[in-house]
Design a protein around this ligand. Structure first.
Ligand code: AHR
Length: 518
C-alpha cells in the first residue's frame, strides 16, 4: 500500500466510524418529513413500435413458431417483462402510427393484407400483430394499453371507428365485428396518443395546424367504455423547441366544452451532436461516455423549460408532461439491417436510464408518464433476442431495480453531487433520489456517474441497515451478450450502520437501489 492509498484507507475508515469529512465522501440525508409528489408508475412505461425486430421476432413469433409462445406471443419475453411490472406499452408507433391503418390488423391472420413499412427499412408489414394481438400482449404482461391514432395519413373517422371498435359495449356493427374476431367484451384503453411527432414524420404540421387537428381528433375519437377511462395525450415538443408546447397549451386553455386532453408529449433522445446518430454502443472510451451523459442530463432543463410554459397555461398541473420517447439513440449495430435501429446496450445505458428516471422523479408533479424507446431489439432496449435466445440488458436491470419506486412518494435528498470532469465536460460525480415506497420502506437510488473512481456515500439515518441491489460492470462499455448474459447483472448490496451513519461504496459507473431497514 503506498502512502496515498494508506491515507485514503485511513480517511475512509474515519468517515465510516466517526463521520470526519473525507474529501470524496458524499454526505447524504433523506428528508423523510418533507414528502413530495407521487412518482407515478406510468413513468416506467415502454414503447413497442412496428420497427425492425421490435414487434416481429421480439414479441410476436406467431402461434406456429417453435419458439414457446402463447397465441403467438413469446413466453420468455412476457416472463421477463412481467418482472418489470410494466405499467403501459405505447403502440403501434412512433412514425409507424401515422401510416398505420388498423383495419389491416384485424380478422383471421391468413386474410390480413401485406402492406409496407416505409419508415423503417421499407419492409413488408404482415399485419399479423394487430389490435387483438396487442391487447393480448399487454394483458399477458399485466400492462395498460397506450394506443396512438393515425393523424398524419388517417382521418378522424378512421380513428373514431378504431376506438368505437375497441371500446363500445353496445351492439354496433363495429362491436359485432370485434366480437366475431374473438373479443365480445369491450377493451379498456388507458391512453390515446393523438398523432406522433406531427412536427416531423407525423405530417410536418406547424404548431397551429396541429392544434386545429387536435381539436377535431380530441372531439371525435371517443372512448365508450365508461368503466375504463382513456386519457388523451397531444403531440408536444421535439426536444427544446417550444412552439408546440405554447400552441397546444394555448389551444387547451382556450378550449370549449367539446374537447379536452390530459397530457402533452415530449420526445428527447440522447444522441450527442449531429444526425444520424454516430456514438458507438460498444468499444467507446471515456470521452464518449462523458459526452453522452452530458447530453442525457439535458432532460432536466427540458422538463424545466416546457414545465414553465405549461405552468403559465395550467398552474394546477392538470395536463401531464408525458415523455413518451426517451433513451439513447446510438449508431446501429454493424451488420444490422438499415432502418432497424438495433444497438447494443452497455452499463452506460444503465446510467442513462437511472439518471433519466431520477430526473422524472424530481419533476413528478408534472411529469407523470414516460416511455423508454424501445422495449425489445430497438434503440435502448430492455431485451435483445436472437431466434429462441433472449438476453436482458443493463437497462432492463435498472428498470427492475427501480420497481419499488413505482407509485412511491418522492422524498427530497440533500447531498453535494461533487464533480467528475473529462476535458471540457463537467458532470456531477453522483446522483441520488429517495422515496417512500408503497411497502412503507424508504428507498434510495444511488448512481456513481464517475467511470474513473468509486463513490463513497455516507448516509445519516436512524436505520440499522441498508440492503438492495447494485449494478456495476468491469468496463465502461461492458454489455450482456447471448454468450455472456450476466456481465452486467445486479448483485446483492448491503451495509450496516455505525452510530447514525451508513457508509456505502459504489464502484465506478454503477447504480444501486437500496431500502433502509430498522
Ligand atoms: O423511436 C424511433 C422513432 O423516433 C419513432 O418512430 C419516432 O417517433 C421518433 O422520431
Amino acid at each position: 500500500m503506498n502512502l496515498k492509498s494508506a491515507l485514503s484507507a485511513l480517511l475512509i475508515g474515519a468517515t465510516a466510524s466517526v463521520g470526519v469529512a473525507y474529501a470524496q465522501t458524499v454526505a447524504l440525508k433523506v428528508e423523510t418529513d418533507k414528502p413530495g409528489a407521487k412518482i407515478d408508475r406510468q413513468l416506467f412505461g415502454q414503447f413497442a413500435e412496428h420497427l425492425g425486430r421490435g414487434v416481429y421476432e421480439g414479441v410476436w413469433v406467431g402461434p406456429d413458431s417453435p419458439i414457446p409462445n402463447t397465441r403467438g406471443i413469446r413466453n420468455d419475453v412476457v416472463a421477463a417483462l412481467k418482472e418489470l411490472r410494466v405499467p403501459n406499452v405505447r403502440w403501434p408507433g412512433g412514425c409507424f402510427a401515422d401510416e398505420y391503418h388498423w383495419r389491416n390488423g384485424i380478422g383471421p391472420l391468413k386474410d390480413r393484407p401485406a402492406t409496407l413499412n416505409p419508415n423503417w427499412g421499407g419492409v413488408i408489414e404482415p399485419n399479423t400483430f394487430g389490435t387483438h394481438e396487442f391487447m393480448d400482449f399487454v394483458q399477458q404482461i399485466g400492462a395498460e394499453a397506450y394506443i396512438s391514432v393515425n393523424v398524419g395519413s388517417g382521418t378522424p373517422h378512421e380513428a373514431a371507428d378504431w376506438f368505437e371498435y375497441m371500446t363500445t359495449a353496445q351492439p354496433t356493427a363495429l362491436a359485432k365485428q370485434r366480437a366475431a374476431n374473438g373479443h365480445p367484451e369491450p377493451y379498456g384503453i388507458s391512453f390515446m396518443g393523438i398523432g406522433n411527432e406531427s412536427w416531423g414524420c407525423g405530417g410536418s404540421m406547424t404548431p397551429e395546424e396541429y392544434a386545429a387537428q387536435l381539436r377535431i381528433y380530441a372531439r371525435y375519437t371517443r372512448n365508450y367504455n365508461a368503466d375504463h377511462p382513456t386519457l388523451k395525450i397531444a403531440v408536444g415538443p421535439d426536444s427544446a423547441n417550444t412552439g408546440y408546447t405554447e400552441a397546444v397549451m394555448k389551444a387547451w386553455k382556450e378550449r370549449n366544452w367539446s374537447w379536452d386532453i390530459n397530457g402533452l408529449s415530449l420526445h428527447y433522445y440522447t444522441v450527442g451532436a449531429g444526425w444520424p446518430p454516430k456514438f458507438a454502443a460498444t468499444g467507446f472510451g471515456e470521452q464518449e461516455y462523458a459526452t453522452l451523459i452530458n447530453y442525457t442530463l439535458r432532460m432536466n432543463e427540458l422538463l424545466a423549460t416546457h414545465g414553465a410554459i405549461m405552468d403559465k397555461y395550467d398552474p394546477e398541473k392538470k395536463i401531464a408532461l408525458v415523455v413518451d420517447e426517451w433513451g439513447a439513440w446510438l449508431a446501429p449495430t454493424p451488420g444490422s439491417k438499415e432502418g432497424f435501429l438495433e444497438q447494443q446496450n452497455s452499463v452506460r445505458d444503465a446510467i442513462i436510464a437511472a439518471l433519466n428516471i431520477n430526473i422524472f422523479a424530481r419533476h413528478a408533479d408534472r411529469v407523470r408518464m414516460a416511455n423508454i424507446a424501445q422495449m425489445v431489439n430497438v434503440l435502448q432496449a430492455m431485451i435483445l433476442t436472437d431466434q429462441d435466445k433472449l438476453v436482458l440488458t443493463p437497462s432492463y436491470h435498472v428498470f427492475h431495480m427501480y420497481v419499488p419506486f413505482q407509485d412511491a412518494t418522492f422524498l427530497p435528498v440533500t447531498f453535494d453531487a461533487g464533480a467528475y470532469a473529462n476535458g471540457d465536460i463537467k458532470l456531477p460525480k453522483v446522483d441520488a433520489i429517495a422515496a417512500k415506497g408503497k411497502d412503507g420502506k424508504t428507498w434510495l437510488a444511488l448512481t456513481n456517474i464517475d467511470p474513473t473512481a468509486p463513490a463513497h456515500f455516507e448516509l445519516t439515518t436512524r436505520a440499522k441497515r441498508a440492503a438492495g441491489k447494485i449494478l456495476s460492470a468491469p468496463k465502461i462499455d461492458s454489455v450482456n451478450t447471448f454468450a455472456a448474459p450476466a456481465t452486467v447483472a445486479p448483485k446483492s448490496f448491503e451495509a450496516r450502520s455505525s452510530g447514525n451513519k451508513i457508509a456505502l461504496k459504489l464502484p465506478p459507473h454503477s447504480v444501486a437501489v437500496i431500502a433502509l431497514e430498522d
